[in-house]
Design a protein around this ligand. Structure first.
Ligand code: IPM
Ligand code: MG
Length: 358
């Protein structure tokens, strides 16, 4: 089969990690007899420099024509002074919205060989940890009404709005329920219903929808502040976590870190169809860009998710996960997951090793 993939390298370490991901996909293509065609397009800061906008028309067109999209990372201090809709991040939000990617799946799993890299006491993670965060991605405060100005007392103000419709909550709940049906049949739904009206609608809708359509799924509610605490106190209690855009953004960084490094966590963003956007959850790390020390594993694992979720290539997906496991078992580590007695590698060496193990 032939698959057309748009690659949005982006800024900072984006180009290095995408290069690694492409090398691994090419190795998969060779082994399993598939052709992956890659079209590189601009997004974020590099797009601003080149075209004046973070999401050029040409980029959007290519993404909408592709079978799937791989993204590195966007942003950097160079563009921090720009106004909201012209920042690199606006390109990322814009592409998520334009592709209709309302569900973001972020699996934080502790790799056995990386137990020592977790900042938590080993007793807490010994039994393994796999928290799958299902984050709503095209609604909430990220896309609600924004305002700034001067109020009646002459004070400068700014505001952002958290708004959810029942339909937006239901469609992401469905994805979480489907996922949970194949796992522990339990969802922890995270909100702030003790304070926010939007959270009270979230909670009511998740319960009603799940009870009606997935009666065998248990839904437990958790306030977001408690959830943040529980993730470090007893991470093994979690399996599928369903939450809003902003809470998912925050909790996924936390969940990633307890599994060793944010450099290991991949994400898949999907809408109604099979075309998705796959990216690491970490940022563009401008401080280490171009130094060949970035960890390419999150982006490589994002490719594994693409093979599974967009193309239904399960053996191919597994070949990537197994290759990552093998390289970790062999003791190779990038700087972020380095520990005593292991072999430190750069970004290039790491992805070559993984590609070599496909
Ligand atoms: C993420 C990132 C983005 C987000 C930023 C870069 C806009 O933090 O994917 O988690 O907040 O969604
Ligand atoms: Mg984030």
């Amino acid at each position: 089969m032939t698959y057309n993939i748009t690659v949005l390298d982006g800024d900072g370490i984006g180009p290095e990690i995408c290069k690694g991901a492409v090398a691994v996909l090419e190795a998969v293509g060779k082994k399993f007899g598939h052709t992956f065609n890659f079209t590189h397009r601009l997004i974020g800061g590099c797009a601003i420099d080149e075209t004046g906008v973070p999401l050029p028309e040409e980029t959007l067109e290519s993404c909408l024509k592709s079978d799937s999209v791989l993204l590195g990372a966007v942003g950097g201090p160079k563009w921090d002074g720009l106004s909201g809709d012209l920042r690199p991040e606006a390109g990322l939000l814009g592409i998520r919205k334009a592709m209709g990617l309302f569900t973001n799946i972020r699996p934080a799993r502790l790799w056995k060989s990386l137990k020592d890299a977790s900042p938590l006491k080993s007793a807490l993670v010994e039994g393994g940890v796999e928290i799958i965060i299902v984050r709503e991605l095209t609604g909430g405060i990220y896309f609600g009404k924004r305002e700034s100005g001067t109020d009646e007392n002459g004070q400068l103000y700014a505001s952002d709005t958290e708004k959810y419709t029942v339909e937006e909550i239901e469609r992401v709940t469905k994805v979480a329920c489907e996922l949970a049906s194949k796992r522990r049949k339990k969802i922890v739904s995270v909100d702030k219903a003790n304070v926010l009206e939007s959270s009270r609608l979230w909670r009511k809708t998740v319960h009603e929808y799940a009870a009606k359509n997935y009666p065998d799924i248990e839904v437990e509610d958790m306030f977001v502040d408690n959830c943040a605490m529980q993730i470090v106190k007893n991470p093994a209690q979690f399996d599928v976590v369903l939450t809003s855009n902003i809470f998912g953004d925050i909790l996924s960084d936390e969940a990633a870190e307890i599994t060793g490094s944010i450099g290991m966590l991949a994400s898949s963003s999907l809408g109604y169809g099979t075309r998705g956007l796959y990216e690491p959850i970490h940022g563009s790390a401008p401080d280490i860009a171009g130094k060949d020390v970035a960890n390419p594993i999150a982006t490589i694992l994002a490719c594994a998710m693409m093979l599974r979720d967009s193309f239904s290539l399960l053996d191919e997906c597994k070949s990537i996960e197994d290759a990552v496991q093998k390289v970790l078992d062999d003791g190779y580590r990038t700087k972020d997951i380095m520990s005593e007695g292991m072999k430190e590698t750069g970004c290039t060496e790491m992805y070559m090793l993984i590609a070599g193990n496909i």
